[in-house]
Ligand binder design. Structure first.
Ligand code: ADP
Ligand code: TZD
Ligand code: MG
Length: 578
């Protein structure tokens, strides 16, 4: 008889009749707050916990790198208004994941990173224990909140605190450290069950003061050339109908920040999306709705009309006045603030210049017609624009597909080329403009919404997360990855200024066949060299609902340094070849 290979492994039932472990309690605590999905990468000391959680009905998506699991959790949080959960092992796994938790905090996405950590005594005495690292203290300055759970009876409290910190006020990333002894601690089942509860009112409304609403309405009513700026906070709030009503009942033109695109359709008659410079220079009153006056808006300086006044609707009082005086802050949650402003609207008479909207509309029309000329030349080898001429057609046919996007030229050109028609359908590298969110965000978006996803990736951007394409494949997600291969960071024609013959700092490989990666993981893969081939492949890929990869061959000289933000680079005294 063949010996049973598992027979010698002592089997400890995680939930025996009378006793349970910290791992079981953590599972139940997460279920109590409504967590049904975790993204992560296991090993000591969290493997058993992941098995137990999966067994208890929490979906577990195992990744190849923690950063991508974290990007998935962050995207899940942004799209669902509930924290995405990332599970990591100690030391490097924790640090790999922390990059995503930090990025989520910067972007105001709710997520919770749960990391197993080693036992405390040898860490505190720095005695060199297995994967020993003082994780809690490392996480603290980088996340919205950080807690450690040392005892099984505290697990529920730790989970509730993490949940509340992630979703209430300005959302963000939360770190929850749980020690190995605590995960393995045994408790009587009845005592453990007695610790479990469902918290109430986890994200209470924050009502703005009536004074602030009246001040804002008065300023709005006085505006001759107002504009409304919608940011990803407005998209996150999931009050799409109310935002639409606010825009349409005031009749004020609006501009949507990158991830707010689609909150109102990009082709809405009041869209000022192509009139950025004009309203910056001319608007006398600017209404910021869930958008920060950060570098993406020249921090309120540069082209902005120095005499313009700002109204800012935000949940975070500390966001007000950070770069420029905000004449009328409305601090509250967006739903309450927009409700209050809509309720007040009939009592005010707006005094918008009757020429303002027609001016925005006629100029937009001219600009849009000019912009469309970029798609006329169907150059082969393709440029970013000729590739996008194909992509925009297919995306227009599939408005309910979520678009994930990162790169430099690939990011900026795609953002401008592809109109979004539905809210929360564009996920990109956001406030920090980081690379390395693509595969994670694509997986998170597909899992959180059950919708199809198309990720448009620069060849460099894809490299940061490429191996997690295999995660989309393993979970059979309807994700199509489109790689714009121009052979480099910004382009593939950088020249080494030295004589060693190495590739230039920006040079990758314009002949790389990314489609072979698709073959390696059983995806449907395409290699395309013309806009027609790309249009056909992308149409077929989306329709298949399978995991697909399209390697798009661009010319190596397509793209310029840093896309649209080259001005942020320090100037050199002599030209460098990018
Ligand atoms: P964008 O990059 O699109 O301009 P930001 O991320 O800079 O957007 O700004 C989003 C803003 O929205 C943040 O200042 C955040 O505090 C705010 N915010 C997020 N959720 C809410 C909410 N529910 N109510 C009000 N403000 C919110
Ligand atoms: N590393 C990280 C984590 N984030 C970054 N933003 C960068 C490096 C610098 N960087 C950019 O800002 S864009 C970019 C890098 C490396 C890649 C641009 O190349 P691409 O796109 O192939 O993705 P294009 O189409 O060639 O411009
Ligand atoms: Mg590139």
């Amino acid at each position: 008889m063949t010996p049973d290979p598992l027979a010698s492994i002592p089997h400890t039932d995680p939930s025996t009749a009378n006793q349970v472990t910290g791992m079981w309690i953590l599972t139940q605590a997460l279920k109590k707050v409504g967590i049904d999905t975790m993204y992560g990468l296991v090993g000591i000391p969290v493997t058993e916990f992941a098995y137990i959680a999966q067994g208890e009905g929490i979906r577990f998506l195992g990744f190849r790198h923690e950063q991508q699991a974290g990007m998935a959790a962050a995207t899940h949080g942004f799209l669902t208004k509930t924290p995405g959960v990332l599970l990591t092992v100690s030391s490097l796994g924790f640090l790999n994941g922390l990059t995503a938790t930090t990025n989520a905090t910067v972007n105001c996405y709710p997520m919770i990173q749960i990391s197993g950590s080693s036992e405390r005594p040898p860490i505190d005495l720095m005695q060199g224990t297995y994967e020993g690292l003082d994780q809690l203290n490392i996480a603290k300055p980088l996340v919205k909140a950080a807690y450690r759970i040392n005892r099984p009876e505290d697990i529920m409290t730790g989970v509730v605190r993490a949940y509340r910190a992630a979703v209430s006020g300005r959302p963000g990333g939360v770190y929850l450290d749980i020690t190995t002894p605590c995960l393995g601690a045994v408790m009587d089942r009845a005592a453990a069950e007695a610790t479990l509860y469902t918290p109430v009112d986890t994200c209470p409304p924050m009502i703005p003061s009536q004074t602030s609403v009246a001040r804002a309405m008065q300023l709005l009513a006085s505006a001759k050339k107002p504009v409304i700026l919608l940011g990803k906070g407005a998209a996150y709030a999931q009050i799409d109908d109310k935002i639409k009503k606010f825009v349409e009942s005031t009749g004020i033109p609006f501009y949507q920040m990158s991830m707010a695109k689609g909150l109102l359709p990009d082709n809405h008659p009041l869209s000022a999306n192509s009139m950025r410079s004009a309203f910056m220079e001319q608007s006398d009153v600017v209404v910021l709705v869930g958008a920060r006056l950060n570098w993406l808006l020249s921090r309120g300086h540069g082209k902005w009309n120095p005499a313009g006044k700002f109204i800012q609707l935000d949940i975070d009082p500390e966001e007000i006045d950070i770069n420029r005086q905000i004449a009328a802050p409305v601090v509250g949650d967006l739903e309450s603030s927009i409700d209050a402003m809509l309720a007040a609207l009939p009592s005010y008479k707006l005094s918008m210049d009757p020429e303002w909207v027609p001016y925005i509309q006629s100029q937009s029309k001219l600009k849009n017609e000019k912009f469309m000329q970029r798609f006329v030349a169907q150059t082969v080898p393709m440029t970013h624009w000729s590739a996008l001429s194909a992509v925009r057609k297919v995306m227009a046919q599939n408005p309910d597909v979520i678009l994930v996007n990162e790169g430099a030229n690939t990011l900026d050109d795609t953002r401008n080329a592809i109109d979004m028609m539905l809210p929360r359908h564009r996920i990109d590298c956001a406030t920090w403009a980081i690379m390395g969110m693509g595969m994670g965000s694509a997986v998170g978006a597909a899992v959180a919404t059950s919708k199809s996803v198309v990720a448009i990736e620069g060849d460099s951007a894809f490299g940061f997360s490429g191996m997690d394409f295999s995660t989309a494949c393993r979970f059979k997600l309807p994700v199509t990855v489109v790689i714009f291969n121009n052979g480099g960071i910004y382009n593939g024609i950088g020249q080494n200024l030295g004589k060693d013959g190495d590739p230039a700092p920006t040079t990758l490989n314009v002949n790389a066949r990314y489609d072979k990666l698709g073959d390696a993981f059983g995806a449907q893969a395409y290699y395309v060299t013309t806009p027609d081939e790309l249009e056909k492949a992308l149409t077929e890929a989306i329709a298949s609902k399978k995991t697909c990869l399209i390697d798009v061959q661009l010319a190596a000289d397509s793209g310029k340094e840093s896309g649209h933000i080259g001005y942020l680079n320090p100037a050199t005294l002599f030209p460098v070849n990018v």
